[in-house]
Design a protein around this ligand. Structure first.
Ligand code: URA
Length: 435
């Protein structure tokens, strides 16, 4: 067996882009987790990963160290179990719909989630917008609820992959949350330690996502499949474009409200499609519906109200107000509404999802430093998405802000992020007015 590299050798080799074996990375991360290697070395390693990516073996070594940092759940006694994760994207609240849908189809969904990272939201911040919802349960209570109700979603329990929590804090503090290899190791460590046998992994791409291009997303999806080899899991990857925000709402309570629209049979078509796909793939992977039928069955569960009924049981079991799905007025909404008004007639050609995510983060929906409290009530509603017509003087978006100056600032940023093409006349090519 090769002699493991010292932390310094490992850093130097990684900088040069040379091969590093999984075991050396695993030892390095383990040493950092047990206060051997200092934070400065781990921060430098994350910065290299962010700048130039990691090879598969290094990513695997990281994942192994994270899994080894805590306990692993065994959910075999629960029957057909499933878990779902996303690499994250602006406005991506599909999990809020996919969890109860998959549970309505018969999957026992045991999900641990994270809070928002960088300019992406996180399921836990969204769920905390629901009055009374408890994101922290003891593991026994969590498993009991999955068995009794059909699903549970909690914040990460420190008994499982505690190393990921520590690494995520370091990544947040060093601006290195957006690297897809670090994300793959983080997601897979939690998915594998979580113990569910079926996994649905959403890999996002586009300006508002972890991967810039479709090709990168496909490579990341393959990497995640590879990381699960040997773990006896049925893994499905779902590649989702986030070139504009998913759905129309960005912000914690607003995204819960939008999920409730979908569960009641309405809501934006793109969100409905992604949520049904994730739930359907998970149901197929868990073996509770026949191959090729998952998405149709998930759509039926949306149409016949069984997804909604499950969502009510789930939230109630976790102490939340189940009326959240039928009476969105129980959700807090920020006191100041500021419209972002179009200054021309035209058609929306593109929306810079990253700029929107960053703007909503500055509005208070996300964190600018790791210990910041998020404001669940703020966010934006997009009135126009790509391909839709806007009229001069009509709102492109409505900003829900804590005060007028934050709202005005956000409105200016949103107008700069939404590119409206001015059609010069029939037959002429559209020209982009705001580049
Ligand atoms: N989800 C995770 O669990 N970790 C990341 O780093 C990003 C998304």
């Amino acid at each position: 067996m090769a002699i493991p590299l010292s932390p310094l050798e490992l850093l130097e080799r990684t900088w040069r882009g040379e091969y590093v074996d999984a075991d050396s990375v695993r030892r390095f991360v383990r040493s950092w987790l047990s206060d051997g290697a200092p934070d400065s070395q781990m921060a430098a390693w994350c910065a290299i990963a962010q700048a130039r990516g990691l090879d598969r073996e290094s990513t695997q070594g990281l994942m192994a160290a994270l899994i080894g940092s805590g306990e692993r759940l065994d959910l075999a006694s629960l029957g057909a179990t499933g878990d779902l994760h996303s690499t994250g994207g602006v406005g991506d609240n599909a999990s809020l719909v996919a969890v109860p849908l998959a549970a309505a189809l018969g999957v026992r969904v045991a999900k641990m989630s994270r809070r928002g990272l960088g300019h992406w939201g996180g399921t836990i911040d969204k769920l905390e917008a629901i009055p009374g919802y408890r994101t922290t349960l003891e593991l026994g209570e969590f498993i009991g609820q999955v068995q009794r109700v059909g699903c549970a979603v909690i914040a990460h329990n420190p008994r499982l992959v505690p190393g990921d929590g520590r690494l995520t804090s370091l990544r947040e503090a060093t601006g290195t949350v957006a690297n897809r290899d670090l994300i793959a190791a983080s997601v897979m460590s939690k998915a594998l330690a979580g113990g569910a046998t079926a996994l649905a992994l959403e890999v996002t791409w586009g300006d508002g996502a972890a991967c810039g291009t479709l090709e990168q997303a496909q490579r990341t999806a393959e990497l995640m499949q590879w990381l699960a080899v040997g773990w006896e899991r049925e893994v499905r990857t779902i590649v989702t474009a986030i070139r504009e925000p998913l759905g129309r709402m960005i912000g914690n309570a607003l995204e819960v409200r939008e999920a409730s629209d979908v569960l009641r049979g309405g809501g934006p078509a793109d969100l409905r499609r992604v949520a049904a796909r994730i739930a359907g793939e998970l149901a197929e992977a868990a073996g509770v519906v026949a191959a090729g039928e998952g998405v149709t069955r998930a759509e039926v569960a949306l149409a016949d109200g069984s997804g909604l009924a499950m969502a009510e049981r789930w939230v109630e079991a976790q102490g939340g107000n189940p009326a959240v799905w039928s009476t969105p007025a129980v959700l807090a909404i920020a006191p100041v509404g500021v419209p972002a008004l179009a200054d021309r007639d035209g058609v929306v050609e593109s929306i810079d999802a990253r700029a929107i995510g960053e703007s909503v983060r500055r509005l208070g929906a996300g964190r600018l430093h790791p210990s910041q409290q998020v404001d669940h009530a703020v966010g934006i509603e997009l009135m126009a998405k790509v391909g839709e017509t806007v009229t001069s003087g009509a709102p492109i978006a409505m900003i829900h802000a804590r005060d007028a100056s934050l709202g005005d600032n956000c409105a200016t940023e949103i107008l700069a992020a939404v590119h409206v093409g001015v059609r010069a006349g029939a037959g002429d090519a559209a020209t982009t007015a705001r580049d």
